[in-house]
Design a protein around this ligand. Structure first.
Ligand SMILES: C[S@@+](CC[C@H](N)C(=O)[O-])C[C@H]1O[C@@H](n2cnc3c(N)ncnc32)[C@H](O)[C@@H]1O
Length: 266
């Protein structure tokens, strides 16, 4: 596969990366359950009114784990993703779990096929850093949500330090050419405010990863894997500390910071 991070339509690069690896994501422990999913569950449970949502849309649903987590508090969940093999995994797992109120659609987060002010809850977990145009996706969430509706996002974020932020994004891009950007919380907050969202709840879990599994999941070449391994071990002390980099037997443990927030449309 050739590396192409230029804007060639929302989701085309993502489909190249995620399509062949859909079954791997369906069994990935960090996607099946982690602290960020627990935060999502807690926040939807603590949602407005009766803690029930009518229509929920999950963006970049992947194998569907976030859609499944919100199905119990929603009348109807639409699990959407740009990659068709991912949706097939979500359909299979949803059936296995007996989730009856789940619909699936293939579309980009940047162009939602829903009427304005028709959706009660928009969710997205560990997907937004892949969206080719994150601000367009926020515009779309803002458009389709009813006034008072919630946008609940969980995603890896970059530290506020410029050098550490750049290191993280450069590393991520070498490991996954569909990576677009891990943003600083301060930047995302500004984007939300510009669109009239008010952040009501926050959580800051870590995403705990192991280097060998993390590079295998995106099929990094052996040469690049070794080069990335060196860069983790030899990173500046402040960077290693920020990402909790720790060599463990033939592997490297590390963690990305994550921000989970529920924002309400004004
Ligand atoms: C890491 S997976 C998502 C994991 C999932 N949300 C969960 O909770 O387990 C990222 C997903 O984002 C999807 N994606 C990437 N760019 C997208 C876009 N512009 N619009 C919609 N989905 C996109 C990919 O196809 C992939 O399935």
């Amino acid at each position: 596969m050739t590396q192409d991070n230029h804007d060639n339509g929302p989701g085309l690069v993502a489909q190249q990366v995620f399509g062949p690896q859909a079954a791997v994501y369906a069994t990935s422990q960090v996607h099946i359950r982690d602290d960020s999913l627990e935060s999502v569950e807690r926040m939807v449970g603590a949602g407005v009114g009766s803690n029930r949502y009518g229509w929920t849309v999950d963006l970049g649903t992947g194998a569907g784990f976030t859609a499944f987590a919100v199905a119990g508090v929603s009348d109807r969940v639409v699990a959407s993703d740009v990659t068709e093999p991912m949706l097939r995994q979500a359909q299979r797992l949803g059936q296995e779990r007996g989730i009856a109120n789940l619909a699936l659609i293939q579309n980009a987060a940047e162009a939602l096929p829903f009427a304005g002010e028709s959706v009660d809850l928009v969710t997205s977990r560990v997907s937004a850093h892949h969206f080719r145009d994150f601000e367009k996706a926020l515009d779309e969430a803002q458009r389709v949500l009813k006034p008072g509706g919630s946008l609940l996002m969980a995603d890896s974020v970059a530290p506020e330090d410029d050098d550490i932020c750049d290191w993280m994004n450069a590393i991520e891009l070498r490991r996954d050419f569909s990576h677009v950007e891990n943003r600083k919380i301060s930047r995302i907050t500004g984007m939300l405010t510009e669109r009239g969202f008010t952040v009501m709840e926050n959580d800051y879990p870590r995403i705990y990863l192991r280097f060998n599994e993390w590079t295998a999941r995106t099929r990094v070449s052996p040469e690049e894997t070794e080069s990335l391994r060196r860069d983790f071990v030899q990173a500046p002390a402040a960077t290693r500390e920020s990402f909790q980099v720790a060599p463990v037997h033939n592997d490297i443990a590390f963690s990305w910071p994550c921000w989970v927030f529920r924002a309400v449309k004004g």
